[in-house]
Design a protein around this ligand. Sequence first.
Ligand code: SF4
Ligand code: SF4
Ligand code: FES
Length: 361
Amino acid sequence: MSSKEFDIKINGETCSAKTGETVYEVAAREGIEIPTLCHDTRLEPAGACRVCLVEVKGQRRLEPGCAWKVSEGMEVTTESDRIERHRKVLYGLYLADHRLDDDGFPVETANDNQLRRLANETKPLDLHPVDAPRVGRPEDVNPYISFDPDLCILCARCTRYCDEVEAVNAITLSNRGSQTTIATAGMRGLLDTTCELCGGCIDTCPTGALVEKKSPDRLPADARKIRSTCNFCGVGCQLDLHVVGTNGDGRVVKITSPPPGETVNDGNLCVKGRFAYDFIHHEDRITEPLIRGEDGELHPASWDEAIAYAAEGLLKVKEKYGPDALGFVSSSRCTGEENYLMQKLSRAVYGTNNIHQCSAT
Ligand code: SF4
Ligand code: SF4
Ligand code: FES
């Protein structure tokens, strides 16, 4: 379909739009806020939560702004008494089936509960609570992800992420009515499924129903967020390190991805980037070069000393046994450029083709 540019009106203002765009996308570009819960820019619109309903002139019903495609001359209203009434009922229904705090608002977990923020902005209808806790699944063995079905609004962001981005379909919506829940095949724990423990379902969950097991329930107010680059492989994914404590004594207590659209990894991380940060503060971590001395013990050395020692040792092996007695293995943490230099070192400096990279498949 060829892309055509045209004008639409949102709240009486003329906005330029393109074929294929949704009302939400045009509004976001124009700085007009439409609340969402089930929307994630990485996923196909599902229209599941009904939080983003807007009035479209000529349509009898309210329509989901996240999924409704724009057309030439369309007139949209995002704030009105009718929409306000709809939101009060909708949030009331969500709250009737949600774990609430003492003040009657959705509880916060380690991750933001966006329903809490929305319910705070609109006085929801006070409805009789649903007295039927949803079923969960056993997750005692999996070390990283926990699921609280009583905080789940069934927006299906997690299941769609698992399908559309991670492409493993480890989780799905299951059961009916008040028993509907996020399930795995046979209600097995995640370790017994195709789950890759990427944690993307945690990241996309808008209510904190899915959270990291490793990080604290709530980060202290003075926790800092530091942008860094993952060093587990050469892709260069960006990370946000959540650090508690002052400089020199700071500890990484959680890792998240920068929001989708901001960095090369588009909000995604793998299991290592998201969860494998214990090594940073591990007591066995090597933090400086070491050379084994005549006494058989390892002793701290400068980088220049360590590199000269290794080069001399490699040369001695080559002189005594020939270049093919040597083998070079480069780390999967290296970039493409570093791997190129490694094979140069192996082939051009020491004269052997015995070069391997440990993430080769
Ligand atoms: S951790 Fe990743 S693979 Fe596992 S259920 Fe969540 S999104 Fe799917
Ligand atoms: S666990 Fe979170 S992302 Fe998944 S359906 Fe429930 S609320 Fe939505
Ligand atoms: S954000 Fe549009 S229906 Fe959920």
